[in-house]
Write a new protein. Structure first.
Length: 201
């Protein structure tokens, strides 16, 4: 990935209309209302803030390797009135600095820019039993075309400027195998290309 926080922030803001639909999908996938969420990477924060706005008991940690996107996340959280329930953290993704089974949800949007087997294994480690990890890229299965079409061309240009790596089902499946999550995770193509991690499945 060509790291440019200005471009990442533009992508994150461009996708603002998408986050509610992505969160609709997340909430349909979890058995019970989550208590905490970890949102990772340069495209993080949008889903976490949307979740915080809907679930008053939820707490979130948003982590990236650089400060720029984290400032964007905190500004968005303040505008939504949820800043007191979000913690931003700058740090490396692997190893993650949390104990086993620490989170109900782990989210990684735009994951194929930087996903490694080590990071995917860490996501599996910090998920609680029957938690849900949503790792990958795309608009998600519930985002309607009328939301995607106005932003699709600009989003593609910006992603290419960051050196987006186009992944395949086979490559994603290989990541799952290398991470040792063959029993806990599956690759899905609905709404993009995603790795769903479910420790209880």
């Amino acid at each position: 990935m060509v790291r440019d926080d200005r471009i990442a922030e533009e992508i994150n803001e461009l996708w603002a209309p998408v986050y509610p639909y992505m969160v609709d999908h997340l909430l349909a996938e979890v058995a019970a209302a989550p208590g905490n969420v970890l949102d990772l990477g340069p495209f993080s924060g949008g889903m976490a803030v949307e979740l915080l706005g809907r679930l008053p008991h939820l707490k979130a940690i948003v982590q990236d390797e650089a400060d720029g996107v984290l400032h964007w996340v905190m500004d968005r959280a303040k505008n939504r009135g949820v800043a007191e329930r979000v913690q931003i953290r700058r740090g490396a993704f692997s190893p993650l600095p949390w104990p086993d089974e620490a989170f109900d949800l782990v989210l990684v949007r735009g994951a194929f820019f930087f996903l490694t087997p080590a990071l995917l294994a860490e996501i599996g480690r910090v998920l609680r039993p029957c938690g849900f990890g949503w790792v990958g890229g795309g608009y998600g299965p519930r985002t309607p075309a009328e939301v995607i079409v106005p932003i699709g061309a600009r989003s593609k240009i910006l992603n290419e400027a960051l050196g987006k790596r186009w992944s395949s089902v086979a490559a994603a499946a290989a990541l799952v195998d290398e991470a040792g999550l063959a029993r806990e995770a599956r690759v899905v193509e609905e709404g993009g290309l995603w790795i769903e991690v479910r420790p209880c499945s």
